[in-house]
Write a protein that binds this ligand. Structure first.
Ligand SMILES: [Zn+2]
Length: 73
């Protein structure tokens, strides 16, 4: 099994394992250990890096946004 460095579109987990490729569209197939799902990923490696950053950003920004809301309320 090959470890994939992409985030799951369902749960955002990066704990994915390769499950081969879709013969029709060439997309990477994966199994997600986070939410127990199978799916396909876009094969472009650049996208995965941007996506990871987006997810990390969202994780870090969420608590501060809550803090701001609390201050304004
Ligand atoms: Zn998942």
């Amino acid at each position: 099994m090959i470890q994939i460095t992409k985030a799951c579109p369902h749960c955002g987990s990066i704990d994915l394992v390769s499950n081969g490729h879709n013969k029709k569209n060439g997309k990477q197939k994966y199994y997600c250990n986070g939410c127990d799902r199978y799916g396909t990923l876009d094969a472009a490696p650049r996208y995965s890096e941007e996506r990871k950053e987006e997810i990390l950003k969202a994780y870090f920004e969420r608590p501060s946004m809550r803090g701001i809301e609390r201050v304004l309320a």
